[in-house]
Write a protein that binds this ligand. Structure first.
Ligand code: ADP
Ligand code: MG
Length: 494
């Protein structure tokens, strides 16, 4: 072999070695960064841990806080508000009822016809209107004039010329999902606005009074016979269909629950008397907190960045307003620590850009190449060309966050059941399981996370069975409620 040839061969060999070294180096680097990302994932999983043991601690904490909130005003983060609803509809109700629903971005007017037997809600009509944003920060008169005018138009179009006289007396139910200090089933003052409403002149005012004044300005004779929040409406509808319904839970933009409590257990209200011996209590459970709740650095940051830090802690782990944003924060961290998502997309730093329905769509993507995940990463987060392995990682993150949320909601429900002695343990005071024949127990559940997010619903149902045990769980039924009718049903307490 000549010198030149040897030289060439050596050069080629050296080049090959260099290429090999680069490839090996890349692999090592890629392995290292993958290891780092898996470390972030493992840490997330550990801090989102919801073993049955931990869930049972949350159950106990919920029951204890419920007691504390009933014992004294301000005794717990759970407000445990009185609703003055003593009786729930039983299915024999008849007639045509009107109802209004104000509690989020949409405002609804409804008319429901009831046939007098449990199975027959003959029909319902709904008019849904977005609330003009300027009215959310205007005056109470502007807001209620808008509501009253919408109702007038709806009543006139629905009744189609028959009995359309504005003078005719009609009863009206008003589902108003903001914190209200009630003084009767049909009256109460607004404690504070939430969900983007800022109408200072309204705080401390009688809600039903404001509405009735606006209605009379329109020449419409309607009387507010019930002022309730959405959980109470859901409980009422649940009870209308099934008399074993004892509690209702909302898991939508926010989360809340109410249940039927014995009046003698409402210690903070000495001398409270109802003919039924019971009253629906609005827990405002979104504000529940316990040191047993699994919390991550992402949750701590989300809370600190929120307009209401240290408030609504349970809600921030569970509800639709927040789940997508927790996932965004995890992806951002993974993206900052390695380059598995390419260079860090600026979109990942935009709060609430990954809304919960999009997160759910990624979680439930069942295409073999996770096409939906790729599409959402590309179109919403502007992260293109993500390999399948990384898409699977994103699905896993969604799974961890949703599973924790659903399991904690299940623990909350089990806490209510424990408080009212329907968890098979004989209540807080103890008692052997075999002493208590378990009664059939129904909990009505409303809100998009439960009704439209299958994985969430399945995780919740599964966790409730794990907490209660198979034997008890077979007596507990969670029933998805139809939101619109749940709101209309508020007219029953006339
Ligand atoms: P609201 O609580 O405002 O009365 P919903 O019960 O419909 O209304 O809940 C809305 C919340 O649920 C929003 O936060 C939305 O992001 C979330 N959401 C809506 N649809 C879905 C879905 N299919 N999967 C997961 N979350 C959803
Ligand atoms: Mg709702």
């Amino acid at each position: 072999m000549g010198k030149v040839v040897v030289g060439l061969a050596l050069t080629v060999a050296a080049a090959a070695c260099a290429v090999a070294a680069v490839v090996v180096g890349r692999r090592v680097k890629s392995k290292r960064k993958w290891k780092k990302v898996l470390g972030v994932l493992r840490e997330l999983e550990e801090s989102c841990d919801t073993t049955v043991g931990r869930l049972k601690q949350v159950v106990d904490a919920m029951a204890v806080e419920m007691h504390a909130g009933l014992a004294s005003e301000g005794g717990s983060k759970l407000k445990m508000l009185l609703t003055f609803v003593e009786n729930l509809p039983n299915g024999s109700e008849k007639g045509t009822y009107y109802a209004l629903d104000l509690g989020g971005t949409n405002f609804r007017v409804l008319r429901v016809q009831l046939g007098g037997t449990r199975s027959s809600i003959l029909g319902h009509d709904v008019d849904r209107r977005p609330i003009p944003p300027e009215l959310m920060t205007s005056t109470s008169q502007d807001l209620f004039d808008f509501i009253a005018l919408s109702l007038v138009e709806f009543v006139e179009s629905e009744e189609d010329g028959i009995n359309t006289s504005r003078d005719r007396d009609r009863d009206l139910g008003f589902t108003f999902s903001f914190p209200v200090k009630q003084s009767s089933v049909s009256s109460g003052i607004l404690i504070k606005w939430t969900k983007g409403f800022v109408i200072p002149d309204m705080v401390g005012k009688e809600v039903a009074g404001c509405l009735e004044q606006a209605l009379s300005r329109q020449g419409l004779n309607m009387r507010v016979v019930a002022l309730v929040n959405d959980t109470v409406g859901t409980l009422a509808l649940g009870h209308y269909h099934d008399a074993d319904t004892v509690a209702a839970v909302i898991i939508g933009t926010g989360t809340n629950a109410c249940y039927l409590e014995r009046t003698d257990a409402i210690i903070k209200c000495q001398g409270l008397f109802t003919t039924s011996g019971a009253m629906v209590v609005n827990m405002e459970w979104g504000n529940f907190w316990s040191s047993h709740l699994p919390r991550t650095t992402y949750d701590i940051d989300l809370d600190a960045d929120s307009p209401n830090p240290n408030d609504q802690g349970f809600e921030k782990l569970i509800s639709g307003m927040y789940l997508g944003d927790i996932v965004r924060r995890v992806i951002l961290r993974m993206s900052q620590e390695t380059d598995i998502f390419g260079s860090v997309s600026s979109r990942l730093s935009v709060p609430f850009i990954l809304r919960t329905p999009l997160m759910a769509a990624m979680h439930e993507d069942d295409s073999p190449d996770l096409r939906e995940v790729g599409k959402i990463l590309r179109e919403i987060l502007e992260i293109p060309d993500i390999p399948l392995k990384v898409r699977k990682l994103v699905v896993k993150v969604c799974d961890v966050i949703t599973r924790r949320a659903a399991r904690l909601a299940a623990a909350g429900i089990a806490g209510i059941l424990k408080k009212i002695g329907r968890d098979g343990s004989g209540g807080l005071t103890g008692g052997r399981r075999s002493d208590n024949k378990m009664k059939r127990t129904v909990v009505a559940v409303e809100g998009s996370l439960y009704t439209s997010y299958t994985m969430f619903r399945e995780y919740l149902n599964e966790a409730l069975s794990e907490i209660l045990g198979e034997e008890v769980a077979q007596h507990v039924i969670l029933k998805g409620a139809q939101a619109q009718v749940a709101r209309a049903i508020s007219v029953f307490w006339s």
